[in-house]
Design a protein around this ligand. Structure first.
Ligand SMILES: NC(=O)c1ccc[n+]([C@@H]2O[C@H](COP(=O)([O-])OP(=O)(O)OC[C@H]3O[C@@H](n4cnc5c(N)ncnc54)[C@H](O)[C@@H]3O)[C@@H](O)[C@H]2O)c1
Length: 277
């Protein structure tokens, strides 16, 4: 639908879920895509990286073959686009900078950043929320987005063109019962996104977020069935979304057609963000 030919995109958290779907959709629209993720399937250190991330989800994926960073890059290359898979922890500022600089040099530019790396793998009301996991969520979900923004910015600014696209959640707008760290970090992402819209406008850098509802990804499937059922009942459309629903919005925000759209938090949530009964 949108033509992204000649544009270079970096997607974080691209091994599965929303990031992977975004990468495929951007490539179908014509972009060259660099897929980055904490986990890459041929990494001999994969199990150790997963343990270090303190994410049970990452450990399950690493041990059960749920990592598709390189396979997706190969799929994109078969479409005739340039693509590469890179192991990258978004909390590692130095490495984020190195990888983004390499991408700009090798691919000629870095036009689109889709910040989709995130963790949402634990729930608990305030007194059960572990300070360690709170800090990890802050590091990955919010500081990770900050690190990637800072690393992409000089390349976008130099060319006078950029598309920053973040992921946020409905709980960023409404709060999340037993989900304070995700709600708070996702709300923080919206603050970052809007600030970048203001700072980026003079450089033709747009900054927007997709506010995802309940989308059926590997990450989402770890939610207890009773929670999933309640979320579906609260969704006006009474069904889960698909990663492709989010990816379509990402492609729009990345496109030339969205040149005058900046600072928005676009809900793709089937009405989960509405009052429904
Ligand atoms: N699926 C949903 O319903 C939903 C709803 C709202 C918001 N979101 C947000 O969208 C983002 C993606 O969600 P998803 O459902 O695809 O999750 P997911 O768990 O399926 O995928 C997240 C990806 O991020 C990667 N990752 C985790 N920590 C990382 C790190 N430190 N550095 C680099 N990569 C890292 C994981 O390896 C994984 O590939 C998250 O921020 C999530 O909170 C998801």
């Amino acid at each position: 639908m949108f033509d992204l030919s000649g544009r270079v995109a970096v997607v974080t958290g691209a091994s599965r879920g929303l990031g992977r779907a975004d990468a495929l959709a951007l490539a179908r629209a014509g972009a060259d895509v660099v897929l980055t993720d904490l986990l890459t399937e041929s990494d001999p250190e994969i199990e150790r990286v997963a343990v270090r991330s303190e994410s049970v989800m990452a450990q399950v994926m690493a041990s059960q073959g749920g990592v598709h960073t390189e396979a997706t890059a190969a799929e994109i290359a078969r479409m005739g686009r340039r693509s590469r898979a890179v192991q990258l922890d978004v909390t590692d500022r130095q490495r984020v900078r190195e990888v983004f600089d390499q991408v700009a040099e090798e691919f000629g530019s870095l036009d689109i950043l889709v910040s989709s790396a995130g963790v949402s793998d634990h729930r608990g009301q305030i007194m059960d929320l572990s300070p360690e996991l709170w800090r990890r969520d802050l590091d990955v979900n919010l500081t990770g987005a900050f690190n990637c923004t800072q690393a992409a910015w000089p390349h976008m600014r130099a060319r006078g063109y950029g598309r920053l696209i973040y992921k946020s959640t409905v709980s960023a707008l409404q709060g999340g019962f037993g989900d304070a760290s995700v709600a708070a970090t996702s709300a923080g992402v919206l603050g970052l996104m809007r600030s970048m819209a203001l700072e980026g406008a003079r450089h033709r850098i747009t900054s927007n977020a997709v506010v995802a509802g309940a989308i059926e990804t590997e990450g989402f499937r770890t939610s207890p069935p009773s929670v999933v059922d309640r979320m579906v009942l609260r969704t006006a459309m009474r069904e889960l979304g698909r990663p492709e629903d989010i990816a379509a919005a990402v492609c729009y925000l990345a496109s030339p057609e969205a040149a005058y759209v900046t600072g928005i938090a676009l809900p793709v949530a089937g009405g989960l963000d509405l009052f429904t009964f």
